[in-house]
Design a protein around this ligand. Structure first.
Ligand code: E4P
Length: 217
């Protein structure tokens, strides 16, 4: 399973990349606004840190301008993936940009039918938003399961990029359900390493080791 970092925080992306835990990065207009940085500049910096795809989202709402913006964003770096909203215009832009060999991430997916359309339009990635569905009492993980089955039924190569991850259980469940990629806030990825029994076990090993009076170095 690939891990993308859902952030524009350079320090956090670098730290996770150094651990081999940043196979790519996703941004959206809210993440860019939160960074307080210039869009193209911060995305260029991210593209220089990670070797995998870096999603940069278009702002236009009509297909022609989405295509123009996508081509412009693609000039930033070779690992730019153009992020497009799941609207009819977004799908049209996806079809055109994908046809040009430009990687695409179709975002704001909340149904299996939307995911089916994105695959048919040649999307490289589909981004189902798990957390936002959970927020309105709809099971986000069920959507991942449905998309996995549909894509496997027909051999679609569009990768399922589980987004809107809110907790470590989302990541485990996405892995069990066969999502190709998760994109997660950096702190949730870090929390995956935590277990109280690990901390307790380590503390007791250290206590016993002290009694031996030995050193390794
Ligand atoms: C990633 O591509 C999405 O934009 C992001 O995961 C959305 O997360 P949120 O629902 O926590 O804003």
């Amino acid at each position: 399973m690939k891990f993308f970092v859902d952030s524009a925080d350079i320090e956090q992306i670098t730290a996770l990349n150094d651990l081999g835990l940043a196979d790519g990065v996703t941004t959206n207009p809210s993440i860019i606004a939160k960074s307080g940085r210039d869009f193209k500049q911060v995305v260029a910096e991210i593209c220089a840190i990670v070797t995998g795809p870096v999603s940069a989202e278009v702002i236009a709402l009509d297909a022609d301008n989405m295509i123009a913006e996508g081509r412009e964003l693609r000039k930033i770096a070779d690992n730019i993936c153009v992020k497009l909203p799941l609207t009819m215009d977004g799908l049209k832009a996806c079809k055109v940009l994908s046809g040009m060999g430009i990687p695409t991430n179709v975002t704001l997916c909340f149904s299996a039918n939307q995911a089916l359309l994105a695959a048919k339009c040649g999307a490289s990635f589909i981004s189902p938003f798990i957390g936002r569905l959970d927020d309105i009492n709809i099971d986000g993980l069920e959507l991942i399961e449905d998309i996995r089955m549909i894509y496997d039924n027909y051999g679609y190569e569009t990768e399922i990029l589980a987004a809107s991850i809110r907790n470590v259980n989302h990541i485990k469940d996405c892995a069990l359900l066969g999502a190709d990629v998760i994109t997660s806030p950096p702190d949730v990825i870090r929390k995956m390493a935590y277990h109280p029994l690990t901390d307790a076990g380590l503390a007791s090993f250290m206590k016993d080791w002290k009694k031996t009076g030995q050193t390794i170095l």
